[in-house]
Design a protein around this ligand. Structure first.
Ligand code: ADP
Ligand code: MG
Ligand code: ZN
Length: 251
């Protein structure tokens, strides 16, 4: 007979901020546009160019932190997160790895299962990456891809929840609350179909009543409430089958 499992979910929500210009240069953040028309030496990672922080981005990040009951870090800094991929012309993303601008917040959600508090571990500021186009672009062929850096350097905040949700319905309620807060504080246009609001779902299961969480899998770039719920339902079933077959979930 199969065991009863409990689901554990934590969300990392990416929010493109509504500032007119990018986080470290004066280029436009407008969605779309001719490929690479919103770029300059800073957001294409040219040697010798230097980032200058956009004040509006800090103000937006603090507004979301206050609206989600976080404490605001008085001394914070940015870090380079090194990775090599063509969507990232600098070969590092500027992010906040150690001293995020907001910490220890959270808020209440309500579902059919009742009310509960979902914690927010931190909110940090970072820059978005460019976009690769593997098909359909006039200059990408079967053995090459095209890259558009218009999105590179668009300001993001990443809101990292605690692993406090226990169902797809709770994850949806949390996302809906967050969307309402982002709309009310006017920091994001929240166009999920354009990717201004998207999330990564971390999902694990454990035998009911267990003290230790199971190993999590991460589903990236979910850009609708429906996709979030479906990804969670699918992943929970998949993990159950893996465990029932005596296997291990791979992170
Ligand atoms: P990473 O950057 O490697 O994804 P983070 O610590 O930034 O790691 O994010 C981890 C996310 O995963 C958080 O939202 C957290 O709540 C969630 N999480 C951590 N452990 C588990 C687990 N066992 N099951 C589900 N979610 C988890
Ligand atoms: Mg992650
Ligand atoms: Zn630029």
């Amino acid at each position: 007979m199969s065991k009863v499992y409990e689901t554990v979910i934590g969300l990392e929500v990416h929010v493109e901020l509504a500032s007119k210009t990018k986080i470290f240069c004066g280029c436009s953040t407008a969605f779309g546009g001719a490929p690479n028309s919103h770029t300059c030496p800073v957001c294409t990672g040219m040697p010798g160019s230097l980032p200058v922080l956009n004040k509006q981005v800090v103000e937006y990040a603090i507004a979301v932190g206050l609206a989600t009951n976080c404490s605001i870090t008085q001394y914070c800094k940015f870090d380079r997160k090194n990775y090599f991929y063509p969507d990232n012309p600098q070969n590092y993303q500027i992010s906040q790895l150690y001293l995020p601008i907001c910490r220890n917040g959270g808020g209440e959600i309500e579902t059919a299962a009742g009310k509960k508090t979902v914690g927010i571990h931190e909110i940090h500021m970072e820059e978005d990456a460019g976009k690769l186009n593997h098909s359909g672009a006039t200059i990408s062929t079967s053995d090459s891809s095209a890259v558009d850096y218009n999105r590179a350097g668009v300001p993001l905040i990443e809101i990292v929840s605690e692993p406090d949700m226990r169902s797809a319905a709770e994850a949806r309620a949390y996302m809906e609350n967050l969307k309402a807060i982002l709309e009310y504080t006017d920091v994001c246009d929240c166009k999920m179909q354009e990717g201004s609001l998207r999330c990564d779902a971390n999902i694990s299961i454990m035998p009911e009543g267990a003290k230790e969480f199971g190993t999590r899998a991460e589903i990236k770039n979910l850009n609708s409430f429906r996709a979030l719920e479906r990804a969670i339902s699918y992943e929970v079933e998949r993990q159950k089958e893996v465990l029932e077959d005596g296997g291990h979930v791979v992170q």
